[in-house]
Ligand binder design. Sequence first.
Ligand SMILES: Nc1ncnc2c1ncn2[C@@H]1O[C@H](COP(=O)(O)OP(=O)(O)OP(=O)(O)O)[C@@H](O)[C@H]1O
Ligand SMILES: [Mg+2]
Length: 310
Amino acid sequence: MICTVTLNASIDKAYQLSEPLRRGAVQRVARVINRAGGKGLNCARAVRTLGEDVIATGFVGGHNGRMLTELLAEDGIPEAFVRVAGETRCCVNALDPDGCSTELLEPGEPVALADVHALREAVGRLVRGASVVTLNGSLPEGAPTGTYRDLGTDARAAGARVLLDSSGAALLAGLEARPALVKPNAEELAQALGREVATMAEVVEAARELQARGVADVVVSLGSEGAVMASEEGTFRGIAPQIEAVNPVGSGDTMVGAFAVALVRGLSAPERLAFAMACAGANCLSPATGSFDLAVAHRLMDQVTVELVA
Ligand SMILES: Nc1ncnc2c1ncn2[C@@H]1O[C@H](COP(=O)(O)OP(=O)(O)OP(=O)(O)O)[C@@H](O)[C@H]1O
Ligand SMILES: [Mg+2]
């Protein structure tokens, strides 16, 4: 069982436009796809698509919270969310015909400390049946900076492996739980280390530096440029398949879900990277945010190249 934790869940609205987004104009939306969103739920959908057992937790509230749990049920994902007073947010992803996406992310309402304690208890219960726990996304206002450190430490003490995909102070504090994997993109990595990470050599060096802080796998995702993975088995560079992306949003989240599955299945480090990149590539080819077609992922598997760099 893989347990995903989403503290800042949202209803994700993918607006497909028939012409590019124009500032200040009135534009009609050709098609709307609503999804139970937030990074952990994109991740949960990837796990479900790959056929492993998953349970989703985090915070939901209000009308949007009810809609979110209904959407999750449609996706076949069991949930044990903590209900909170604040309304769950909506996030809009406006997609131009060429795949260019403009995201508008609501901040979300604050949570109370009592909610954070309730979540810690919920994760503590769920982790008894889970071998992997994923901690995804930003923290809502009201959740202490050390929330991922605490959740991660509890999960590890219960024998689960922890995958962390966050940024800024939440990511840095979460490193103290010694996760099995962190997956920053280049911008998040640069922010975490407080320095520019521009060239491939700098990415490799930065990934290894973070790995030396006690993280088993550091995966730096680089969009269409693929990914770099510093692991106990060496440092690898993954070259992404050449595709025409339709909706790349949630590719990193899909990657984390695929890594959780790959860990459960005992794949080697280069196999984990190739598997996760194929699933992330398939996510780029699906118009709905954070979902992919398994057959497409299988097809892309042969088009991902992984090489040992150090
Ligand atoms: N245009 C693309 N072509 C091929 N593969 C892509 C493309 N964009 C993303 N990917 C794949 O998805 C992975 C994750 O993408 P990215 O680095 O954009 O993640 P991210 O910034 O964390 O995204 P998000 O937070 O929205 O999930 C990449 O490492 C790559 O394997
Ligand atoms: Mg990401």
